[in-house]
Every structure is written in C-alpha cells, then in structure tokens.
Design a protein around this ligand. Structure first.
Ligand SMILES: [Zn+2]
Length: 121
C-alpha cells in the first residue's frame, strides 16, 4: 500500500537553451524556436532566415528598387547586396534574386548571339 509506483522520474527537465520552453527528454529540436539541442544550431525545419522582414513592400519600394537596379554598376552591386543579405526584407531579397537571374540570363543570351553573329560577320 505504501509502495506507490514512483511517478515518471524527471530529473532536471530539459529546457530549450534559447527560448526556455520545457522539452521532452528525447527531443532533438525545440518545437518552438527550432534550435538543435545537440549542436545548438537552428534546425533545418525552422524558417530558413527568421531575421528577414516579411512585411509586404509598397509600390514605391518596388519602383525604387527597379530604378536603383537600373543604374550601371551600382545597380548590380545593390542587387547582389539585397539578394544575399540575411537581414532586411524577404520580398526585396527575392525580387533581387529574380532580377539577378534575369540579368545573368540576358547577358548570356547577348553573349550567345554575339558568338553566333561573329561567325557570319
Ligand atoms: Zn526553443
């Protein structure tokens, strides 16, 4: 009667080192913030870049980005910075990546036609 089954032992319950959430003993990742409990690194399943701002951009923002990206040299540099920076707006990053892809594709196409044309002239 006095031999009660001991409740599941919970010596030193595990807490997430980042957000403090109590975690199951077998947890590999924090379900809240996605940090890996073994390496301390963020799990791949967490949103890839939480630092990015997901607020929508205004029409003015897009106009500004397009106009700036048309500037010679500076435009491409700006696109590179925007496309690969891990802070700032997610939409600006994606826009910059798309613009860069088009820019590279355009140059490749131009090169291709230049090479083709040089065979005939
Ligand atoms: Zn956490």
């Amino acid at each position: 009667m006095n031999q009660e089954p001991t409740p599941t032992p919970s010596p030193a319950r595990r807490h997430c080192p980042r957000c403090g959430r109590i975690l199951p003993d077998d947890a590999l990742f924090c379900g809240d913030c996605g940090i890996s409990l073994e390496t301390g690194l963020t799990a791949p399943l967490a949103s890839e870049t939480p630092a990015l701002d997901t607020e929508p951009l205004s029409v003015g923002d897009y106009l500004m980005m397009r106009i700036l990206s048309m500037l010679p040299v500076i435009g491409v540099l700006l696109l590179l910075v925007w496309a690969f920076s891990s802070v700032g707006s997610l939409h600006r990053r994606n826009f910059s990546r798309a613009e860069l892809i088009l820019t590279v594709a355009g140059h490749l196409l131009f090169l291709f036609f230049l090479i083709v044309a040089s065979r005939y002239f």
